[in-house]
Design a protein around this ligand. Structure first.
Ligand code: SAH
Length: 285
């Protein structure tokens, strides 16, 4: 079946007094990286509730009368904000609306999509999940780094840099296991804690010269990569002035960047351009 056929097959909504919520992954940055199904539901939405990692170009796909609500989170306000977002979702669904909850990457990868879905279940609201392409895999791919490779890594672990730091003082993050697992380590929301993370991994036995890539604004015209080692990456990103949002990739697969780098951000079309920098920075680090 061609893409054309796919995108013209309608999505069947069961319109009733209670609406429906679609938790939709917007993909990592380039708006073309949303799924066909994600785009279809976006085009039929009455309400779109979106985050700061969502490329605003996608909002142009909505119907003219679609209500678009930005709920980008500010640092330090996550908990309160999340409650408000949950309330919004329940509110519009109760009005019988088709609501698209649009989140960057995949909603279930550090996107609190799980929590939002639990809330919907609790209120008996019909919902569906439309997975997205997570930045954890797509951003390395756009820097020419396969997360696994038969010669370099048979596993990959995706972690949040936030958790890593908050649990540094003792509770439960198992640095030792992570350091010893012979696979690629992918860190989201890790920019401010990168120095701590790199130190921990070295202290638990990862070689100081393990290659590290930091890729900012992946799959957009602003993509930037810095390549270093566990020992020097913190200094390198400071020198390069690289800030969040960035995906950190640690492991031998990073060597492939030099051979497989295929994406040329400067030649990427303007529509891949992301939100203003500040919209990004406040989210995570
Ligand atoms: N649900 C999202 C992740 C949300 S956490 C997903 O599946 O991709 C937010 C973090 O994702 C950011 O701090 C950054 O580490 C990463 N991220 C998201 N989009 C990115 C992009 N285009 N370039 C680099 N990092 C990105």
């Amino acid at each position: 079946m061609s893409m054309h056929d796919l995108s013209h097959r309608p999505v069947e909504h069961t319109h009733s007094s209670v609406g429906k919520i679609y938790l939709v992954g917007a993909g990592p940055g380039d708006p073309d990286l949303i799924t066909v199904k994600g785009l279809k539901v976006l085009r039929t939405a009455d309400v779109v509730i979106y985050d700061n990692l969502v490329n605003p170009m996608l909002l142009r796909e909505t119907k003219p009368d679609t209500l678009k609500i930005y709920v980008g989170k500010r640092a330090g306000q996550h908990t309160l904000k999340q409650k408000e977002i949950n309330k919004l979702l329940v509110h519009y669904a109760s009005e019988g609306k088709i609501v698209v909850r649009l989140k960057g990457g995949d909603p279930f990868v550090f996107g609190r999509g799980g929590e939002e879905a639990e809330e919907l279940v609790e209120h008996g609201i019909p919902w569906e999940m439309v997975p997205g392409i997570t930045s954890a895999i797509a951003v390395p791919a756009y820097a020419g780094i396969p997360v696994t490779h038969r010669d370099y890594a048979a596993a990959f672990t995706v972690i949040t840099g936030h958790e890593a730091a908050s649990k540094e003082d003792g509770i439960s993050f198992d640095w030792e296991a992570l350091a010893h697992l012979n696979g690629t380590i992918i860190i989201l929301m890790g920019m401010s804690n990168l120095p701590i993370i790199a130190r921990q991994l070295i202290s638990y036995g990862r070689a100081a010269n393990t290659p590290v890539a930091v890729v900012r604004c992946g799959s957009t015209s602003e993509q930037q990569s810095v390549i270093g080692t566990l020992e020097n990456i913190a200094e390198q990103i400071q020198q390069a002035g690289i800030t969040s949002p960035a995906v950190i990739v640690i492991g031998d697969v990073v060597h492939l960047h030099h051979t497989l780098q295929w994406f040329q951000p400067l030649l990427a079309s303007d529509h891949t351009k992301h939100m203003p920098d500040d919209a990004f920075t406040s989210t995570d680090d």
